[in-house]
Ligand binder design. Sequence first.
Ligand code: NAG
Ligand code: NAG
Ligand code: NAG
Ligand code: NAG
Ligand code: NAG
Ligand code: NAG
Ligand code: NAG
Length: 453
Amino acid sequence: MVGDLESKLFAVLFLLSTAQAGNTGRLSGHHCADFQTANILRGSKLKVQFLLFTSSSPSCGELILADDDIKKSSFNSSLETKIIIHGFRALGTKPSWIEGLVHAILHTSQVNVIAVDWVYGSTGAYPSAVENVTQLALSISQFISKLLALGVSGTSIHIIGVSLGAHVGGLVGHFHGGQLGRITGLDPAGPKYTRASPEERLDPGDALFVEAIHTDADNFGIRIPVGHIDYFVNGGKDQPGCPRFISAGYKYLICDHMRAVHLYVSALKHSCPILAFPCASHQDFLNGHCVDCVDPFLFSCPRIGLLEQAGVEMRKLPKEVKVYLMTSTSAPFCVHHSLVEFQLQTKRNVVTSIEITFCSNSTNDSAKITIPKLQVMGKQLLAHRVPLCQINSMTLKYLPKNKFWRKDESSIVGKFCAAQLPLDSNRTMSCLPWNITLPGNTNVSYELPATCA
Ligand SMILES: *[C@@H]1O[C@H](CO)[C@@H](O)[C@H](O)[C@H]1NC(C)=O
Ligand SMILES: *[C@@H]1O[C@H](CO)[C@@H](O)[C@H](O)[C@H]1NC(C)=O
Ligand SMILES: *[C@@H]1O[C@H](CO)[C@@H](O)[C@H](O)[C@H]1NC(C)=O
Ligand SMILES: *[C@@H]1O[C@H](CO)[C@@H](O)[C@H](O)[C@H]1NC(C)=O
Ligand SMILES: *[C@@H]1O[C@H](CO)[C@@H](O)[C@H](O)[C@H]1NC(C)=O
Ligand SMILES: *[C@@H]1O[C@H](CO)[C@@H](O)[C@H](O)[C@H]1NC(C)=O
Ligand SMILES: *[C@@H]1O[C@H](CO)[C@@H](O)[C@H](O)[C@H]1NC(C)=O
């Protein structure tokens, strides 16, 4: 049944997919190579192209022909190499995000960027694109072997694969015995891969460090962890700011899936750290049960971007660790997570809801604490777009549960505490003094001295 749904979605996607052929290769004296555009009727040869981008010409691709001498190109074998592999291209057009990703990488690091163009083999129907994956992986592997023959080290090679491209990257890594440096899967494709064996899909054995960013695990993305670290962004399924109704057309279908790419590009371009926290589930994370990275990351939280091993300082990486984070609705997506807690002075016979809002000069961000009945403690994560030190006031509002047959208490008394994640080893939190009284449906504001170090 799930397979049926997946095929249908891909069929709709195919029909709605809008042509986004970009022929923006800048002509400045010499010719810039660009992606090909395939026509579904002509997609009978794989015609893989390797386009090289460097810091000195981030907008102008240099075609490296399969039998060409790489030495003659501007490939610099003493630099690291990032290989970008796109996924299924319904209409055989150049991916619209390629340039943004290439620029973002070259903006942060001096590396060789190779964009793999396989639009010919990726077009038409999704299942035939999947059938071409092995052949594609073989030709990328051969290309990498040529780089290795030039003295490039395997560990300096980082494959960034989008959707189906993530599994292509996995196969390439598998062909190289898992000894390439790194593979990043941006919402690795789900259809036809969820039940595939680890050899057929991306898995932690495919490179020395494998990470995946999941943003559409209920549709086009895979729902199982496939790396050493798997980021489940906003739970990994539905992304804030993405349309929730089919009437939004193509955007509705593809927005969640493509969020992984936009989030990654943002993480490279902006300094705001996009940190994630290991947890058993997204619900546990939201409920404030996972507030640090002690286990298993020994106090270093993984960060989306290009830091070595995602900034995790450990010699032997665990596998398939699910890590969770929230984001805002639009770029740069980065939020800071704070644990907010309210402790009632006395137990109540009903559920207690309190809305907390963090206000800065430019943002208001809220969360709702729910205290179960007959308990005193409630906690929640609050995602705020500016760091805690820029929050200059805070509003608490008790939301009484008035039913027509019974009125809830008109006010509650308790203690409020907050701390930005990750919490330190002492779980230190900042608290308002005991006995704050919150009248029903009334904003109680506290000024906070906003002080950034
Ligand atoms: C991709 O696979 C399909 C199905 O096997 C095949 O018909 C097609 O020719 C392949 N395309 C390329 C470019 O190899
Ligand atoms: C290759 O990169 C290294 C390190 O940045 C640099 O020193 C060297 O000049 C570069 N070589 C060429 C040919 O640009
Ligand atoms: C935040 O909320 C307060 C209180 O409702 C309002 O006065 C203020 O304009 C809001 N600020 C922003 C940036 O939305
Ligand atoms: C917020 O606004 C106040 C008053 O205009 C200003 O003094 C303060 O520096 C601003 N804070 C930030 C973080 O921009
Ligand atoms: C934790 O508490 C101990 C004992 O009070 C203190 O010595 C230590 O500095 C604290 N650590 C942190 C990270 O605050
Ligand atoms: C709360 O206030 C009451 C009355 O002022 C006081 O007796 C009680 O000790 C306070 N509770 C705490 C935990 O501070
Ligand atoms: C209470 O605060 C919230 C969040 O700042 C704001 O949206 C709302 O308008 C405020 N309500 C009142 C009655 O001030």
